[in-house]
Design a binder for this molecule. Structure first.
Ligand SMILES: Cc1ncc(COP(=O)(O)O)c(C=O)c1O
Length: 387
């Protein structure tokens, strides 16, 4: 296992968004892993490529069956075949839902700091972002329930975009929290779009909770965006699914996804879920072990060598959230300084909303040797930085 994930694969000059950086730079920003994919993925793709015609595709039964198998086995959640729709990506599903279920000028709430593309899906469609800042205490993030209910009781507020588990802080929302979100959203007539793309990437021994698996209320008031793309690192192959239990919601969503022309995949899109959700499970669990031992490595390194920084609790994703507020209130300045002087390229915290000021996000889905290089660069930057 160690060998598989320790293997360095040169991604420079491969049109990789992550690795399109200067020679001396080390990218640890965008959510993209540097590991060789599961053998089942390479096998599925090579078999398909060996047939030399790439015309329009139909959807095999394995597409539904793969989602059904994985979510039932792992989380006890039954995904009924008819309730699952194909969509090219998580963000296409979110943006389409924004347009289909809200009107221009409506308010859409998010828990911040949060994956910044949610802001784009809302604002590009002329809706208003309403932030409910998460509370941050002793490295732990939690929902401010009073603030949340206050904001969703506005008649203009129509939708919650939930990140479950949460990117960037890596919180797994537990059953009680998801139930409380569901009850409040039902009370105030809020549609929940739950983005669960990071769901399978959790600390070994812990699992995330699919929003719709919690109870009937949650099922009735939500659209769940699912995909194997983050956990198996195949974002370059566009494939995802949107689950809607409520018939009225599902019909409207299907019409809107169709109108946006995001319901048809490429030749690989329909084949790849089986390679991940059924045949790629061993790889997934090994990856989680490796990534979480990277996370422990970072925590230990920071404790021993850079005590002015601290690391927030993390149980999901491979994206660590590092508190630099003791050395800088200006994350943008610190991150630019670090990139310029050491080449280490991370995501500045304020990208995820102003609540992310004084933090940066570090992608640790890389080989241990690369991680150690990154940590040494980080120490150098902190040692030399003056605000
Ligand atoms: C929370 C979250 N949602 C969605 C995406 C992107 O999904 P897609 O490429 O399927 O649109 C990302 C990518 O990093 C993400 O972190």
């Amino acid at each position: 296992m160690e060998k598989r994930f320790d293997k360095i694969i040169d991604r420079r000059n491969t049109n990789s968004y992550k690795w399109d950086v200067k020679e001396n730079e080390l990218p640890m920003f965008v959510a993209d892993m540097d590991f060789e994919v599961a053998p089942s993925i390479t096998k599925t793709l090579s078999e398909r490529i060996s047939h030399p015609i790439f015309g329009y595709s139909t959807m095999p039964d394995s597409w539904h069956e793969s989602y059904h198998f994985f979510f039932k086995e792992r989380y006890g959640w039954e995904i009924e075949k008819d309730n699952l729709l194909f969509s090219l990506g998580i963000i296409p599903t979110i943006s389409t839902s924004v347009r289909a279920f809200t009107d221009e000028g409506d308010e859409i709430i998010v828990f911040t700091p949060v994956y910044h593309v949610f802001f784009h899906s809302i604002e590009n469609n002329k809706r208003k972002v309403i932030k409910s800042p998460l509370k941050y205490e002793n490295g732990h993030y939690s929902i401010d329930w009073v603030d949340f209910e206050n904001k969703i009781s506005s008649p203009k507020c129509k939708m919650l975009i939930l990140c479950n588990p949460h990117n960037p802080c890596g919180r797994i929302w537990n059953k009680d929290e998801l139930e409380r979100i569901g009850n409040l959203c039902k009370k105030h007539n809020i549609l929940v779009i739950s983005d669960e793309v990071h769901g399978p990437i959790t600390r070994p021994g812990k699992e995330y909770v699919p929003f719709a698996s919690v109870n009937d209320t949650n099922k009735e008031i939500s659209i769940i965006a699912l995909a194997p793309t983050k956990a198996w690192n195949i974002a370059g192959i566009q494939t995802s699914a949107a689950y809607a239990y409520n018939k009225e919601i599902r019909n409207k969503l299907e019409f809107a996804l169709n109108a946006d022309e995001v319901m048809e995949g490429n030749v690989f899109s329909y084949l790849i879920p089986k390679a991940c959700f059924i045949d790629g499970i061993e790889w997934l669990d090994e990856m989680r072990e490796y990534v979480y031992s990277n996370i422990e490595t970072v925590k230990k390194y920071i404790e021993e060598n850079i005590p002015s920084l601290s690391v927030s609790e993390i149980d999901a994703t491979y994206l660590m959230w590092i508190d630099i507020s003791k050395i800088s209130k200006n994350d943008e300045d610190f991150c630019s300084f670090m990139r310029e002087t050491t080449g280490l390229y991370v995501s500045k915290g304020s990208t995820f909303g102003e609540e992310g000021k004084g933090f940066f996000r570090l992608n640790v889905a890389c080989q241990r040797s690369v991680l150690l290089d990154g940590l040494n660069r980080l120490k150098k930057a902190v040692d030399n930085y003056k605000e």
